[in-house]
Design a protein around this ligand. Structure first.
Ligand code: 6PG
Length: 241
């Protein structure tokens, strides 16, 4: 595990953009393509903005990059709650990426249907005989409660499928979502968590402590077997480490 603490969101986002560009180049050089899973939430917005502007924009071979999502809300792709819409507005519509390289979750379907369809999409990118590809980079955030992607506290730790339909209530609101599962995240080459703000400090100290409670802190379920997990956090989120 690697942990880097940044003064502010700007420095953190620049470092994340540098890493994104570096991993993309290496993946394309070694394997001919770059597979990345994006996250929703507010934290990566500045990173996405940087990726859409020089010099980062011109340092990524977008035609060899394939964009997935770690989770999605079940809303149409033009709804403000859509993780796809956020990334599309801020970065994807502003860079020369072929539309076929954007592999969004079909949020307009029911969670079950969208989950099954996304599992099929993953399989199409997998090596023969496997169910999902090995991502070069997975971006994740962490909620104040320790959730990551749409893996919420109290959800089942042991899963056997690469995608899940999430239909439980969350913070008193129905959460209809699709999420990739730790099976997929933990086979990634690099998982990068971006965590900002003092509201995350207590939970971050629990998640990064030696005490394991994966049921309560889903972010602890992310432990790539043969890859690396990197945490970029700002000083306020790191205050209790
Ligand atoms: C989502 C996310 C989710 C997010 C965390 C942190 O779809 O909402 O993928 O897991 O990363 O809730 O969100 P913030 O970055 O807004 O704190």
């Amino acid at each position: 595990m690697e942990l880097r603490i940044f003064k502010d969101k700007q420095g953190l986002s620049r470092a994340a953009a540098d890493l994104f560009v570096e991993i993309a180049a290496l993946a394309i050089e070694n394997r001919g393509r770059f597979l990345v899973a994006l996250s929703g939430g507010g934290t990566p917005a500045h990173l996405y903005r940087l990726l859409a502007t020089a010099p980062y924009r011109d340092r990524v071979k977008w035609d060899k990059s394939f964009i997935f999502w770690g989770d999605e809300r079940c809303v149409p792709p033009d709804d403000n709650g859509s993780n796809y819409l956020q990334a599309n507005d801020i970065v994807l519509s502003r860079v020369p990426i072929p539309v076929n390289n954007i592999l969004r979750v079909k949020g307009e379907l029911s969670p079950q249907e969208a989950s099954i369809a996304y599992a099929q999409t993953l399989k199409e990118f997998a090596d023969p005989g496997l169910e999902w590809p090995r991502f070069d980079l997975v971006l994740l955030g962490m909620g104040d409660d320790g959730h990551t992607a749409s893996l919420f506290p109290g959800s089942q730790v042991e899963v056997t499928s690469p995608t899940l339909a999430v239909t439980a209530d969350y913070q008193d609101r129905p959460a209809n979502r699709v999420t990739l599962t730790p099976l997929v995240f933990n086979s990634a080459r690099t998982v990068l968590f971006l965590v900002i703000g003092e509201s995350k400090a207590t939970t971050l100290s629990k998640v990064l402590s030696d005490k394991s409670n994966q049921e309560l802190y889903p972010a602890q379920r992310i432990q790539p077997q043969d890859g690396e997990v990197i945490w970029y956090v700002d000083e306020s989120a790191a205050a209790k480490l």
